[in-house]
Design a binder for this molecule. Structure first.
Ligand code: GRF
Length: 286
């Protein structure tokens, strides 16, 4: 249960503890203040008292947790938490986060991400654009199927030109997902999206990463090294190949007689399970 909460709120164990303390102390403070306020009214404890008590509690609870969150250093978390509740109750309008997916291949990850984000009905995270560097790649058909605009990336413009930054700006892109994108992203593009670009790697980084480590080459290297486990790594993108801060890892076994193809299958199903969820958790926690 705690692991699930850590993932959902994208916090570490220590912060989770402080958040739980804040909920507990903020809730008790709210109960205490609610009773004190009702004492002033001199009302008899009856149905009216209960109704007013519930209304008072609902109104002062957000205030109490916000105040208590300050000494625990969790103000930012609770500000966003309460904002999300207000959005769910349609009290405020959420600005949607617009994602661009960069992909080079079949696009099965892109497909799962779109299904997950667009299928949730939340409308707060939208895949706006798919950029691909390979004519005829499967991901282009997937984009078409979902009615998402595509851009075919030209090498020269991507590496030496404007890096497609004006295109991303025109579409109001706030976050970039690399889902099987085989070109190294230029430093200027990474700098324009600080902590707003994630990648998925089909192995447990820092092992089996770096230049030339993609697709079946990764699985061949894992098997050749006699590893008993492999897995996936979702990480922020920085200027070094497969290096940025890790968001999530998930493991699978490498069994006797495992082939790169059978391992690729296991890895793909891990990716499909974790990548969409990790992206929505990351963006919902922002
Ligand atoms: C995935 O295995 C991913 O880890 C790697 O490229 C593959 C893309 O697969 N970077 P798909 O195009 O999403 O099916």
């Amino acid at each position: 249960m705690f692991g699930q909460l850590k993932r959902r709120w994208n916090v570490n164990g220590f912060d989770l503890l402080l958040i739980i303390f804040t909920f507990a102390i903020g809730g008790s403070l709210c109960g205490f203040l609610g009773r004190q306020l009702l004492l002033i009214t001199g009302l008899e404890k009856g149905l009216l008292w209960v109704v007013i008590y519930i209304i008072v509690m609902t109104l002062i609870w957000p205030l109490c947790v916000l105040v208590v969150s300050i000494p625990f250093g969790q103000l930012d978390f609770f500000r966003k938490y309460l904002l999300k509740i207000a959005q769910r109750m349609h009290l405020t309008q959420a600005k949607s986060t617009q994602i661009a997916i960069f992909a080079s291949g079949a696009g099965s990850n892109a497909d799962k991400i779109i299904q997950h984000l667009h299928g949730s009905g939340e409308k707060s995270i939208v895949v706006k654009l798919i950029l691909c560097n390979k004519e005829g790649a499967g991901v282009l058909d997937i984009a078409k199927r979902h009615g998402i605009e595509t851009v075919l990336i030209e090498r020269e413009r991507f590496f030496q030109g404007d890096h497609y930054l004006p295109v991303l700006r025109q579409h109001g892109i706030d976050f970039i997902v690399l889902a099987g994108f085989l070109w190294k992203v230029p430093a200027a593009l990474i700098a324009a999206f600080p902590d707003k670009m994630v990648n998925i790697h089909p192995a447990l980084l820092p092992k089996f990463g770096g230049k030339g480590m993609y697709g079946n080459k990764v699985h061949e290297a894992v098997i050749a090294a006699g590893e008993k486990e492999s897995g996936i790594t979702i990480h922020f993108v920085d200027e070094i190949y497969d290096h940025g801060k890790i968001v999530r890892q998930a493991k699978c076994s490498v069994d006797q007689g495992e082939t790169p193809e059978s391992l690729a299958k296991k890895i793909h199903s891990l990716e499909h399970k974790h990548f969409p969820e990790a992206i929505s958790n990351l963006l919902n926690a922002k």
